[in-house]
Design a protein around this ligand. Structure first.
Ligand SMILES: NC(=O)c1ccc[n+]([C@@H]2O[C@H](COP(=O)([O-])OP(=O)(O)OC[C@H]3O[C@@H](n4cnc5c(N)ncnc54)[C@H](O)[C@@H]3O)[C@@H](O)[C@H]2O)c1
Length: 320
């Protein structure tokens, strides 16, 4: 198997690339190192990938045809080739202020990628979707059969559109497609715009942390190594046309998550309780039985181990 992995300098792309390279898979990484968050962090991740002889980096933008073509040229075609499409504009909150970024990167960018998969006869496409596509559901457990045709954020809408487009490409052209709905991923080398990073930074700077939803939110926090294992399994299994949840399957209170950060830092956070942000949801809780059945997915890490791993990385990386 040879993989073209978009978003290789991103949080999940970096961990997934590491895992693939460690098992001897050749990876062509593609990323534009955009400044949505500190690009130095992306450079540091990419530097580590470049230490592997099986890794080739193409710097480019999904919506630049020549740049994307050069990455596909390095991948080649045939049954053993895969595209792992993780590059996207993420962040529900960012989508409220900058919808145009989501239309460009997530709708146009995705179309550019999937169309090349078809034209160049790539063996299969695995792409990132999100738990955000579920919006606010009354069901306690989010399973793949629930209706997701009403979206509450532009971010979720773009990812749902990707799932629909992948279904059409499978039915019309026979392209093998697996969409993975990730649930709140966290861990070392994480994203500076996400809660865990923001909390850790604020607590260490003795600034108050913003707790949205008045502290009532619950999330199925998923450790990044478990996600990387699930993505790798999806690339290997290469299912015909599926959308699959990848979560921990163990929903936690946001306040418990914060408590663990406080314990690790040995410092109590000053908390500013705020209402829910528009486009956000109160609770996510993944039914991961489909991933267990089809991908042999078996997540291992709970927040009791995952948060200390993140905090240890953060303190050593930033020397704080
Ligand atoms: N982290 C999570 O909790 C989470 C949850 C659900 C879904 N996802 C999805 O998983 C994927 C990876 O997320 P992440 O957390 O690693 O985000 P990330 O922002 O760290 O990684 C995305 C990478 O894609 C690159 N990129 C974005 N637009 C690009 C473009 N037009 N051309 C080339 N490169 C581009 C960015 O530079 C970045 O390095 C995304 O599709 C995201 O929507 C993430």
């Amino acid at each position: 198997m040879k993989v073209l992995l978009t978003g290789c300098a991103g949080f999940i792309g970096f961990h997934t690339s590491q895992r693939l390279l460690a098992s001897g898979v050749e990876v062509v990484g593609f990323d534009n190192f955009n400044p949505y968050y500190d690009a130095t962090l992306k450079e540091r991740r990419a530097e580590q990938l470049q230490e592997h002889s099986g890794f080739q980096l193409v710097r480019g933008n999904l919506v630049n045809p020549e740049e994307l073509d050069s990455a596909f040229d390095l991948l080649g075609s045939g049954d053993d080739t895969r595209v792992c499409h993780l590059a996207a504009q993420a962040g529900v909150r960012h989508s409220i202020e900058h919808p145009e970024d989501f239309v460009r990167d997530n709708l146009v960018g995705f179309s550019e990628v999937i169309e090349r998969c078809r034209r160049r006869e790539v063996g299969g496409l695995v792409y990132a979707s999100t738990s955000s596509v579920y919006g606010n559901q009354s069901e306690p457990l989010l399973h793949e059969e629930l209706r997701t045709d009403g979206q509450v954020s532009l971010y979720g809408m773009t990812k749902k559109a990707n799932e629909l487009q992948a279904g059409v490409y499978h039915d019309l052209y026979g392209l093998r497609c697996t969409g993975l709905r990730f649930f709140t991923v966290y861990g070392p080398w994480g994203r500076p715009d996400m809660a865990l990073f923001l909390f850790t930074d604020a607590i260490l700077s003795s600034r108050p942390i913003k707790v949205f939803g008045h502290g009532q939110m619950q999330r199925d926090f998923t450790y990044v190594e478990d996600i990387a294992a699930g993505v790798t399994a999806a690339l290997e299994t290469n299912l015909a046309n599926e959308v699959i949840n990848l979560g921990r399957g163990n929903t936690q209170e946001l306040m418990r998550y914060i408590e663990l950060v406080e314990t690790e830092l040995g410092q109590e956070a000053e908390k500013e309780f705020l209402p829910m942000q528009p486009g956000d949801v109160v609770r996510t809780s993944a039914d991961i039985s489909k991933a267990r059945r089809l991908l042999d997915y078996d997540p291992q890490t709970d927040i009791d181990a995952g948060i200390p791993a993140f905090v240890a990385w953060y303190r050593s990386y930033y020397d704080r």
